[in-house]
Write a protein that binds this ligand. Structure first.
Ligand SMILES: Cc1cc2nc3c(=O)[nH]c(=O)nc-3n(C[C@H](O)[C@H](O)[C@H](O)COP(=O)(O)OP(=O)(O)OC[C@H]3O[C@@H](n4cnc5c(N)ncnc54)[C@H](O)[C@@H]3O)c2cc1C
Length: 462
């Protein structure tokens, strides 16, 4: 079915569903809705629809499916791959009004939320009850609906896994407007094909998520961090597999080099606790007691020193840890002041150093400034390509050349196109190029089954 433009009668219908004030048209649509946080993809929606409940989402989809109008779901718009950009026009479905924490079930250790609740709001609400939502993507204003739809990762994935590992149940609206409840409150489930798991990470192309049940954990009472200085990146990275071998399980293992510290100091206007070494690992541990933490930190420190670390700084007060992690959290924003693009590759942990060196080589070869840092504990690198005032066409052609080389290398090393940011609109070509033909065919079959008219987030992922 070919997609249709929106006319006045569609606008009238949408206003009947959600109310006049929740349907924006033409010049009333803020520019923010035409882009996300990074992808070089912009497109203006014809209409913005802001539902207040699942029923309104269902009525919208029934109408749009009947008329062949594209619908692009959007959470907070903090995605980095253009997933929430309405590249085919149509309706931008802003889930931001559905932001109620419906239930915190301390007995079953679950929270049930609407999709527009932000990560920060959920974390604060559960932590005030001594509980903990483990996924920890860097951008805390991202919505839980967006986190689920991109299967967001983040810092604590080393110990706790990614968003997918914490979703227990979901309510979704299918492309024809039917409402479906998937999963539930149970801790395990082998009941047929796991449709919920297919929808997680599907970036709004299979269904609209209108309610999410996530599992909670007891809030770890003790936290401490270790900033380890290395004279080179190879030493830093080659230390990472040794933690697991020694039975040490940090929450987070991040790597970075000195260059990005300078950018974050300028951005935050605050000095980083150390900038004497060329390369760093930043680790965070949690534990049920101070003693347990100390023994893990001692063991980790020993492993680092045996592997050539120059020194390890302990941060065991809330203030010191905040200084480290707020700087780490600001890296992306700090270098993003100018236009940039990124490759979010994931490679086997042992191949990270090779991938980082290769990225440096590619930067020199195509003459592009790159800043690489990322989640060392799970092999996920963010290779950021900065525009630095280059004319746009010239910058884009260098970025494209660099992306081609980097994704080829990642495949050669056994890696994947995206570790956590998804495919969206920006990385579709690479998904196709580096994924088995049969696998793509099966993905197309799934899309066809869920959304035969192709109205849900067209030209994304596939
Ligand atoms: C500074 C910074 C740091 C970041 N750090 C991390 C990180 O550490 N780890 C990480 O994984 N990501 C990170 N991100 C990326 C981003 O925050 C995540 O991808 C996040 O999950 C996006 O959530 P959102 O609500 O902004 O989604 P949006 O950008 O609005 O949408 C993302 C995708 O989800 C779909 N979608 C949104 N809501 C729904 C819904 N209710 N139903 C169906 N589909 C929906 C959209 O159609 C789109 O395809 C970072 C981004 C920034 C800017």
């Amino acid at each position: 079915m070919s997609l249709q433009a929106i006319d006045n009668s569609d606008v009238r219908k949408l206003r009947q569903i959600a109310g006049e004030e929740n349907v924006l048209v033409g010049g009333d649509i803020p520019d923010d809705y035409s882009h996300d946080e990074m992808a070089p993809v912009t497109a203006q929606p014809e209409v913005v629809f802001r539902p207040g409940c699942t029923g309104e989402v269902a009525s919208l989809l029934q109408h749009c499916r009947g008329r062949g109008i594209a619908v692009t779901p959007r959470g907070s718009g903090t995605g980095l791959m253009g997933g929430a950009v309405p590249v085919c026009g149509g309706v931008l479905l802003d889930m931001g009004r559905m932001k109620e924490i419906l239930e915190i079930d301390c007995e079953n250790m679950l929270a049930r939320v609407q999709p527009g609740v932000t990560l920060l709001e959920l974390s604060e609400a559960v932590e005030s009850r001594g509980l903990f939502y483990a996924p920890d993507p860097g951008e805390k204003s991202g919505s839980i609906g967006g986190n689920v739809s991109t299967n967001a990762g983040g810092m604590r994935a080393v110990k706790y896994g990614v968003t997918r590992d914490h979703v227990r149940g979901m309510q979704v609206v299918l492309a024809d407007g039917e409402v479906l409840d998937l999963g539930g409150r149970v801790a395990k489930n082998s009941t047929g094909y796991q449709l919920m798991q297919i929808i997680i990470g599907s970036e709004g192309t299979l269904a609209v998520v209108t309610e999410i049940t996530v599992r909670l954990l007891p809030r770890p009472p003790a936290l401490a961090s270790l900033l380890v200085q290395f004279s080179d990146l190879d030493q830093a990275i080659s230390t990472v597999p040794r933690f697991a071998a020694a039975g040490i399980t940090p929450q987070a293992i991040e790597f970075f080099r000195r260059g990005v510290i300078t950018a974050s100091e300028q951005y935050l206007g605050k000095a980083f606790p150390d900038r004497s070494a060329p390369a760093y690992l930043l680790l965070r541990f949690d534990g049920s007691s101070r003693e347990e933490l100390e023994s893990q930190m001692d063991a980790a420190g020993r492993v680092c020193l045996e592997n050539g670390a120059e020194d390890a700084l302990i941060a065991d007060t809330a203030e010191r840890q905040e200084a480290l992690w707020s700087a780490r959290g600001a890296f992306l924003e700090a270098i993003k002041h100018d236009e940039m693009d990124e490759a979010d590759v994931v490679v086997p942990r042992a191949a990270i150093a090779e991938m980082v060196h290769y990225a440096d080589e590619v930067g020199e070869r195509v003459d592009l400034r790159m800043e690489t840092f990322g989640h060392a504990g799970d092999g996920n690198l963010h290779i950021n390509m900065l525009r630095d005032g280059l004319p746009w066409e010239q910058w884009r052609s260098r970025v494209d050349a660099a992306m081609d080389l980097l994704y080829e290398k990642s495949e050669e090393l056994g890696g994947m196109v995206s570790g956590e940011h998804g495919i969206g609109h920006a990385k579709r070509a690479y998904l196709h190029r580096h994924t088995d033909r049969r696998e793509i065919e099966l993905m197309r079959g799934i899309k066809e089954l869920f959304d035969p008219s192709g109205i849900l987030n067209p030209q994304k992922v596939l």
